[in-house]
Design a protein around this ligand. Structure first.
Ligand SMILES: [Cu+2]
Length: 221
């Protein structure tokens, strides 16, 4: 009897291994690996089910963190403020226009992202506070690290349209219209993208060196 149970466990273990595959990606520009790029994969066989999930974009030391987020339509995001001053979160992006005026702590109501597209966050008080969100029609996405590498885990085997996105990349619509077709199977698949970035000022702001001193009042500076 026990050998049957064991055989059953082994079989289910193997079945699980075959069900979840991995897609590894690397994004480079002329200078090397690109951080904060999103690699995302859409199954060619049809739209995947999107379970409602929750995410957090924090405000710490007068910066949004993470700088880039990617998640599926239907995701609800909390925007806690962990600074001891007020922030004034807003977006004027087409995919999600909203505002959470001057608040501290956990007081801001969560935001439901119900439409695919790009969203840029700003703060009305601190001009350098910027963050980018890519809202997707797929749950399969990952963000590159400092070496330009990302791993999308838990993919059902099959054929995917794989795309790259970065808040500052040139030729976004061309990249959207020309996905890479990748077959994902038990053996890890790899995909490599080469992109070109626009000047940093178009998608990033330096935090002023005096920011922590000058803005450290309840009034928000
Ligand atoms: Cu702020």
């Amino acid at each position: 009897m026990w050998h049957k149970v064991l055989a059953g466990l082994l079989a289910s273990g193997l079945a699980f291994a075959a069900e979840a595959a991995e897609l590894r990606g690397v994004v480079r520009d002329n200078d090397g690996g690109v951080r904060d790029a999103v690699i995302h994969a859409t199954p060619l066989a049809g739209a995947p089910a999107l379970d409602p999930i929750r995410a957090v974009i924090d405000q710490v030391e007068k910066l949004y963190t993470p700088f880039v987020s990617a998640f599926a339509v239907g995701t609800t995001v909390n925007f806690p403020n962990n600074d001891n001053i007020k922030h004034h979160l807003y977006s004027v992006s087409k995919a999600k226009r909203f505002e959470r005026p001057l608040y501290t702590g956990q007081k801001a109501a969560p935001v439901l992202f119900d439409k695919a597209g790009e969203v840029t966050l700003g703060c009305n008080i601190h001009d350098w506070m910027i963050a980018h969100i890519l809202v997707l029609n797929t749950p399969y996405a990952a963000i590159t690290d400092g070496d330009g590498r990302a791993v999308i885990a838990g993919l059902p085997p099959g054929d995917y349209a794989v795309r790259v996105w970065h808040p500052g990349m040139k030729g976004k619509s061309k990249a959207r219209k020309n996905p890479r077709k990748v077959t994902v199977s038990a053996a890890p698949s790899e995909v490599e993208f080469k992109i070109r970035l626009r000047p940093k000022i178009k998608w990033w702001r330096a935090k002023p060196t005096n920011a922590d001193r000058e803005y450290n009042s309840e009034a928000g500076g």
